[in-house]
Design a protein around this ligand. Structure first.
Ligand SMILES: Cc1ncc(COP(=O)(O)O)c(C=O)c1O
Length: 391
């Protein structure tokens, strides 16, 4: 049987067996409503609160600073819209390489009259803290910057950015840590943020689970109205099984991170170095910046990224491009173009994101088939000649 190697963990991770076991137990025996006062309800409440302790512990936060949500998108929306809503007339700062769940929320705020500054990044994908300092205004209310980029894995200098934010009174600092959780240690005290988003399905918990860290004293306007769930910050009957899954994934991540980080980095480096050695005219995006250990984004000059994704899929490898399909046209990645790449170069990039299930055997198998696939596509595109080519 053909090896099927999943190398797209930044898109979604498999649910971990321990997480599945914990969730099944909830579905089978713990089905109460966590707001009910009878025994079944209190059992569910106990599970939710235990999960809150695990998530808080992963982030070095207090349990009552954790709000459970439906995932990273909701956490980002709540952090941004919830911070801005009570302060009309202020100014917001973000970067050009954020995830769409941040950028589109910010654009919505912009359409409601909030002025926005979009910070540029270097060719390595990094925001300069001095540029943030220059962008701050007396009326700035929120700065939102991601910890790790989903396409390149590039890490921002969050503690330095936080120090700049703290130098301006009354400004909240939100970080999107969806792609950093369970890959690098995250300590909200060291990061210096007021709000931090995580998503369950990026760390071995189910899709539809997530959390927002809200520093004590930070007031948020909810997005959802209803009961008094989550201390009035997120109404709606809790997704107990999803929350339990997220808690279990957070508990395991905290235990395993010291060994998991170096293990993933070694595998990623094997893939990256092997690919650069085996395929000419390749380049790693953001290679000069610190990155999370599981991600590499490689440009295969002269190759249409989507075509390579399909060619590798046929050989049993799940990888991705950063390109988005909009109105039927493939748009080059806004992250890579923000780093200064041309549209055609950005369309030649592939993201390989490794995880728990990844192995040396899978990486080596990829390195066996990728060079031939690239050569074939380059020949088809007629793009390898210095002057020619469609790309
Ligand atoms: C950096 C980043 N933020 C937010 C999200 C959204 O998370 P979710 O899929 O849980 O809504 C993603 C998902 O890819 C992401 O990569």
């Amino acid at each position: 049987m053909m090896l099927r190697a999943y190398m797209d963990h930044n898109a979604s991770t498999p649910v971990r067996p321990e997480v599945l076991t914990a969730m099944l137990e909830v579905y089978q025996d713990g089905f109460g409503n966590a707001s009910s006062i009878h025994r079944a309800g209190q059992g569910a409440r106990g599970r939710v609160e235990q999960a809150r302790v695990y998530v808080a512990s992963l982030l070095n936060a207090s349990p009552n600073e954790i709000v459970f949500t439906s995932g990273g998108t909701e956490s980002n929306n709540l952090a941004i819209a919830g911070t801005l809503a009570p302060h009309p007339g202020g100014h917001v700062i973000t970067s050009t390489v954020e995830h769409s769940s941040v950028l589109h929320t910010i654009r919505e705020m912009e359409s409601r009259g909030w002025p926005v500054t979009y910070l540029n990044v270097s060719t390595e994908g990094v925001v300069d803290p001095e540029e943030l300092r220059r962008a701050l205004r007396p009326e700035t209310r929120l700065v939102t910057i991601m910890v790790a980029n989903n396409e390149t894995g590039v890490l921002q200098r969050i503690p330095e950015l936080a120090a700049v934010v703290k130098s301006a009174p009354g400004v909240r600092f939100h970080v999107d840590a969806v792609q950093a959780a369970a890959k690098i240690p995250l300590d909200v005290q060291q990061l210096g943020c007021d709000l931090l988003s995580i998503s369950g399905h990026k760390i071995g918990a189910p899709q539809g689970s997530g959390a927002l860290y809200v520093r004590r004293g930070v007031r948020l306007q909810p997005l959802l109205y209803g009961g008094h769930h989550e201390r009035d910050r997120r109404a709606g009957t809790e997704n107990v099984a999803g929350i339990v899954g997220l808690g279990e994934a957070a508990r395991l991540a905290q235990l395993e991170l010291p060994a998991e980080g170096p293990h993933l980095a070694a595998l990623r480096d094997r893939l990256e170095q092997g690919m650069l050695a085996a395929v000419p005219e390749t380049r790693v995006s953001g290679a000069g910046a610190p990155r999370v250990p599981n991600t590499t984004n490689i440009r295969f000059h002269g190759v249409e990224g989507e075509a390579l994704v399909i060619a590798l899929d046929l050989q049993g490898f799940c990888v991705s491009t950063g390109a988005a399909c909009s109105s039927g046209a493939i748009e080059p990645s806004h992250v890579l173009t923000a780093m200064g790449m041309s549209f055609s170069d950005a369309r030649s990039c592939l993201r390989f994101s490794l995880g728990k299930s990844s192995s040396e055997a899978e990486v080596d198998a990829l390195l066996q088939v990728a060079p031939e696939a690239v050569t074939r596509l380059r020949a088809l595109a007629g793009a390898f000649a210095p002057q020619g080519g469609r790309l």
